[in-house]
Write a protein that binds this ligand. Structure first.
Ligand code: SAH
Length: 232
């Protein structure tokens, strides 16, 4: 799996995507991430990426040409299945199913907006306009990082023990993951549930299953088709 991210903050984003599981997967060659500087695709001496909005209003709008040049350059050198995503608060909501779908591609291009967003004509050059949630971020970089992390976790060879993605929230079913505990067995007056200390694998598995559903009903009744919170 190969990711291309187009941003005006390449160094900051690249550093963030070099830590933890993602950094290890990059080092092992399970994924490849190229973080490209949008300004490298400008053609004026000031490397301009934004301009004033037509029709007036506050803030600046990102110009369409640098993004399109970046897309065309990436596409021209790429063989295999590639999708181009614009990160946008106005996009369709990203989900675990999308992460699974993207993980089966050969490449994913993620375009990060800033300021008031990107000139709407960019939509003629992208495959999808995607949001990570119903809130407005300062830029697409954190959204791109979220999509890279979620997609990479679904890419073979990234998460060591496959078990640890299978029991995760949202994996294969609309359910949250079970709660987890580690040492010490008692912290202040809070004990780890007894069954987890027993070594009884079946007991542990059914405890985790029950807790996962209970937590889903409490925190995300919408996933179970429930409207009201059943236990307050
Ligand atoms: N004026 C825009 C918001 C611009 S925020 C609007 O009304 O929708 C600046 C940039 O941050 C966007 O171009 C986009 O790339 C990114 N961004 C903001 N919120 C986002 C979200 N929820 N999901 C994905 N990207 C987002």
């Amino acid at each position: 799996m190969r990711f291309y991210i187009v941003t005006i903050f390449p160094d900051e984003l690249d550093r963030f995507l070099s830590i933890g599981v993602i950094g290890q997967a990059r080092a092992a060659g399970a994924i490849r991430i190229d973080v490209l500087n949008l300004r490298d695709f400008t053609d004026d001496p000031h490397r301009t990426v934004d301009d004033r909005p037509y029709g007036g209003g506050p803030g600046m709008v990102m110009k369409v040409e640098p993004f399109v040049r970046a897309i065309e350059e990436i596409r021209s050198g790429f063989e295999g299945s590639l999708r181009v995503i614009l990160l946008s608060a106005q996009g369709r909501l990203f989900s675990q199913e999308d992460a699974i779908r993207y993980s089966k591609l050969d490449g994913l291009v993620l375009l990060c907006g800033r300021y008031e967003g990107v000139d709407e004509r960019i939509l003629s050059f992208v495959d999808e306009e995607v949001s990570i949630g119903d809130y407005v971020l300062a830029g697409g970089e954190t959204a791109a990082a979220a999509i890279v992390e979620a997609t990479s976790r679904m890419t073979p060879g990234v998460v060591g023990k496959y078990d640890s993605v299978e029991s995760d929230s949202f994996f294969g079913r609309p359910r949250l993951g079970p709660p987890q505990y580690t040492r010490p067995p008692v912290f202040r007056d809070l004990s780890v549930p007894d069954v987890l200390l027993t070594g009884d694998h079946e007991g542990i598995a059914s405890f985790r299953e029950a807790e996962a559903w209970r937590k889903t009903a409490r925190n995300r009744p919408d996933l179970l088709g429930l409207k009201e919170e059943p236990d307050g």
